[in-house]
Design a protein around this ligand. Structure first.
Ligand SMILES: Nc1ncnc2c1ncn2[C@@H]1O[C@H](COP(=O)(O)OP(=O)(O)OP(=O)(O)O)[C@@H](O)[C@H]1O
Ligand SMILES: [Mg+2]
Length: 255
C-alpha cells in the first residue's frame, strides 16, 4: 500500500492541468500535488496513475513519490473559490497525492534526458499505451537538471470500456503505439535493447506488487468483474498479455 496522509491545508489550484490538481499540505509536513477523485475524469485515471507510476518506479524511472491522501470536510468549508470548493466536496475519502517538485519546469527540450533514459520512457509509454507525452502536452518536468515523469492518467485506456464490454487482454496486446508524436521520439535510441532489459523485468510478481498499491475503493466492479480481486486480475492479464506481444506495439517492431 502507498503511505497514507491527511490534508491540513489546500494551498492553490494548478489550473494548467485539465483535472485541476491542487497543491495541498499534509499532516506529515509534506507538500503534495493532489489529483481529486471527484474530478470529471473519474477515479479510473487515479488507478492508472498508480499502476503506471509505480511500474515506472520499479523500472528505475524518475517519478515523484505517491501517497493516498484524505481530505477532511473542513478543508472544503474554508475554501473561498467556488470551483475548488465543488471539487473538494466531490472528493471525500481517498485521493492521490504526489510529491510536489518545487521549482520544477515543464519540459521544453532544452535539457533533454540521455538517449537511454529517453528510450526507457518511450518504452514505458508504448507498453502502457500512454498517448499523453507529446509536444503539446509533454507531462515531463525538469527538476534538479533531470527529467521526471508525471501524469499517466491517459494510459491503460482499455478500462474505460469495462462498464459495457467484457475485458479482452488479447485485444490490448495487439494495439499499436504511434511513437511519431512522442516528445522524446527524436532522442531515444536502442529501443530493442531497452525492450530486452525492461520486458524481462515485467514478471507476474512485479505486476502483482504494483497492483497491490492501488486502493481498494478506487476499483470499480462491473457485471464481468464482480469483485475488486477480479478487477486487479484484469489489469494484470492485460499487462502480461501485452508484454508478450511487442511486435504489435514496440516502435520499430519487437519481433
Ligand atoms: N509533482 C509535481 N510537482 C510540480 N508540479 C507538478 C507536479 N505534478 C503536476 N505538476 C504541474 O501541474 C500541471 C498539471 O499536472 P498534470 O498534468 O498531472 O494534471 P492533469 O490534470 O492530468 O493534466 P492534463 O491537462 O495533462 O490532463 C503539470 O503540467 C505541472 O505543471
Ligand atoms: Mg498533464
Amino acid at each position: 500500500m502507498l503511505d497514507h496522509v491527511t490534508a491540513v491545508r489546500y494551498v492553490t489550484p494548478l489550473r494548467e492541468g485539465g483535472s485541476m490538481p491542487g497543491v495541498v499540505e499534509a499532516d506529515d509536513l509534506g507538500t503534495y500535488v493532489v489529483k481529486f477523485r471527484g474530478a470529471g475524469q473519474g477515479v479510473k485515471v487515479l488507478v492508472t496513475e498508480v499502476i503506471v507510476g509505480e511500474l515506472a518506479r520499479r523500472l528505475d524511472l524518475p517519478v515523484p513519490r505517491m501517497v493516498t491522501i484524505d481530505l477532511p470536510p473542513a478543508i472544503a468549508r474554508y475554501e473561498a473559490d467556488e470551483e475548488v470548493q465543488d471539487l473538494l466536496n466531490a472528493s471525500p475519502g481517498t485521493n492521490l497525492g504526489m510529491d510536489l517538485l518545487p521549482g520544477s519546469l515543464g519540459y521544453d527540450g532544452s535539457r533533454p534526458p540521455s538517449p537511454e533514459l529517453a528510450a526507457r520512457i518511450v518504452w514505458l509509454d508504448a507498453f502502457t499505451a500512454n498517448v499523453d507525452r507529446t509536444w503539446s502536452n509533454p507531462n515531463l518536468l525538469t527538476w534538479h537538471r533531470e527529467t521526471w515523469l508525471i501524469d499517466h492518467g491517459a494510459a491503460l485506456y482499455f478500462h474505460h470500456s469495462w462498464p459495457s464490454k467484457e475485458p479482452n487482454p488479447q485485444r490490448f496486446a495487439q494495439q499499436p503505439f504511434r511513437a511519431d508524436d512522442h516528445v522524446l521520439g527524436g532522442v531515444a535510441t536502442d529501443l530493442p535493447g531497452v525492450h530486452a532489459e525492461l520486458s524481462a523485468r515485467i514478471t507476474p510478481e512485479l505486476i502483482g506488487d504494483v497492483l497491490d498499491q492501488v486502493p481498494e475503493d478506487w476499483l470499480e466492479t462491473t457485471t464481468h468483474l464482480t469483485d475488486t480481486q477480479a478487477v486487479r486480475s484484469a489489469y494484470r492479464d492485460h499487462l502480461l498479455a501485452r508484454v508478450q506481444n511487442p511486435a504489435a506495439w514496440l516502435p520499430g517492431g519487437g519481433a
